[in-house]
Write a protein that binds this ligand. Structure first.
Ligand code: HEC
Length: 126
């Protein structure tokens, strides 16, 4: 039963993701990602940040489901770009920046807006 719910949710999200992508192609250069946002989250983030992005106090990983997509995009931007440059919030994410570099090396790169939407979607559907 749980599996069915999750796969239903994921397919609903896939529709959102497709709609989102269509809009963006006009504005941005098209980037080819090896995995979809959902695959990246499930394969590279879930073990530390939890099934619903709720975080894990034992591993000292913060929740990722407690902010708006815009705020989330800002934090995702920071962990990908070292918290500096345009849009950087100046927060310190040394551990996650290190993790993120390694994950990107493994092919787990993702579109920031798409990941932010996905996380807020997880938050609303716990
Ligand atoms: C090995 C465990 C681990 C994995 C895997 C991991 N994270 Fe993290 N993440 C952390 C820890 C620990 C922190 C808190 C320390 C820090 O921010 O440097 C964190 C912090 C973050 C933050 C900042 C949160 C805040 O409160 O601003 C974001 C955003 C984030 N992770 C996104 C991701 C994404 C997206 C993935 C998958 C691509 C991922 N993480 C995979 C351990 C992990």
């Amino acid at each position: 039963m749980k599996k069915i719910i999750i796969s239903t949710l994921l397919s609903i999200f896939a529709v959102f993701a497709l709609v989102g992508c269509g809009e963006k192609e006009t504005k941005q250069e098209k980037v080819a990602y090896k995995y979809t946002t959902v695959q990246v989250y499930e394969q590279a983030c879930i073990k530390c940040h939890g099934k619903h992005g709720e975080g894990n106090p034992e591993k000292k990983t913060p929740a990722l489901n407690d902010r708006t997509p815009a705020e989330m995009a800002q934090d995702l931007y920071d962990v990908k770009n070292g918290g500096t440059g345009f849009g950087g919030s100046g927060t310190d994410h040394e551990i996650m920046e290190h993790n993120m570099k390694k994950l990107i090396d493994k092919g787990y790169d993702y579109d920031i807006d798409s990941m932010a939407e996905f996380l807020s979607y997880l938050a609303k559907n716990q």
